[in-house]
Ligand binder design. Structure first.
Ligand code: HEC
Ligand code: HEC
Length: 265
């Protein structure tokens, strides 16, 4: 294969130079996913960019962290290379930032490097997803989360958590909720003019007002200047830690279950 690491770098540079020259473009085979991304792209440059801009969330070898592992043959958001490049340039709101600072060439190089992860097998998870569904039910998780339309949506929907987060991150979210917050997540506490305390998740905020969703699912739209107090509980999650609730094998099963949730794909 063209991008095999065993190809000497000198040879690779020559090959790329050849493939890039206009005269050879007619010889390029019709675009077909993996191959098309490799042609004309510099995987080594892609690797450096990935380590600098992406590894913080996807892991140095693309096996995942806060973001999902990218070592999959099929990426949910990136079925083809055009989609992959859009994901890299535009990000995925709210949890993946846009790569607005990347040139088209950077994006192509990154895409080629991301595709190279598809050869890395994903490590099997220790738990059992079917048993994990039982742990999820027993744990009362559906009091705050929706999976496939069932449950209550105080916390984030988990129907596709398996494509949004890696398994180690999911585990941490269950054991140490405060350490793994979704982007922009903020718990707030407001005291209204009549002295009522409203605690909930910030849905929206501007200079003059704030919208809060409380644990019963009710929305409150409040004018800041009317409030007696407005406290932002940064780093605090309303989700209790389940570290001491489940034993290790229950936790393994629960993580396997959540990692298997991949939405409608
Ligand atoms: C701040 C963390 C963060 C950074 C930095 C980041 N990502 Fe992501 N990425 C995510 C998250 C979270 C998702 C899942 C989003 C979702 O599905 O809602 C994601 C999704 C993706 C996907 C889609 C995966 C799929 O299965 O469809 C690709 C591809 C991707 N990222 C590539 C990159 C590349 C390349 C970079 C660097 C230029 C990068 N990401 C930087 C967090 C990040
Ligand atoms: C009292 C409400 C509540 C309960 C009960 C609850 N959660 Fe959560 N959960 C939340 C909130 C709010 C967040 C977002 C803040 C955070 O990450 O801690 C969250 C975040 C998460 C995340 C990370 C989501 C993401 O997008 O990063 C996972 C995974 C999760 N919960 C799983 C569970 C599981 C499994 C259970 C049951 C064992 C459970 N939760 C029970 C409220 C709850």
């Amino acid at each position: 294969m063209l991008m095999s690491p065993t190809v000497r770098s000198g040879t690779l540079v020559m090959l790329i130079a050849l493939l890039r020259s206009p005269a050879t473009t007619v010889a390029v085979p019709p675009p077909s996913s993996v191959q098309a991304s490799a042609i004309g792209a510099d995987v080594t440059a892609g690797k450096h960019l990935f380590e600098r801009h992406c590894a913080v969330c996807h892991g140095i070898e693309g096996k995942g962290g806060r973001g999902p592992g990218l070592n999959r043959a099929q990426l949910a958001h990136a079925p083809d290379d055009t989609a992959l490049k859009s994901v890299i340039s535009d990000g995925i709101s709210p949890d993946m930032p846009a790569g607005w600072f990347l040139t088209d060439e950077d994006v192509a190089n990154l895409a080629a490097y991301v595709r190279s992860f598809s050869n890395i097998p994903s490590e099997p998870l220790p738990g059992d997803a079917v048993r994990g569904a039982g742990v999820y039910a027993k744990g009362g998780c559906s009091n705050c989360h929706i999976v496939a339309g069932a449950g209550f949506g105080y916390g984030p929907e988990l129907s596709n958590i398996g494509i949004r987060r890696s398994a180690p991150y999911i585990r941490k979210a269950i054991v140490k909720p405060g350490a793994t917050m979704p982007e922009g997540f903020l718990l707030v506490e407001a005291i209204t003019p009549s002295g009522d305390k409203i605690e909930g998740i910030r849905v929206n905020e501007d200079t003059f007002s704030i919208q809060i969703k409380d644990a019963t699912g009710q929305f409150h739209s409040l004018r800041k200047q009317d409030l007696k107090e407005l406290q932002k509980l940064r780093g605090e999650s309303p989700m209790p830690s389940y570290g001491g609730v489940f034993n290790t094998s229950e936790l393994d099963d629960l993580v396997a279950y959540l990692a298997s949730l991949r939405g409608k794909q």
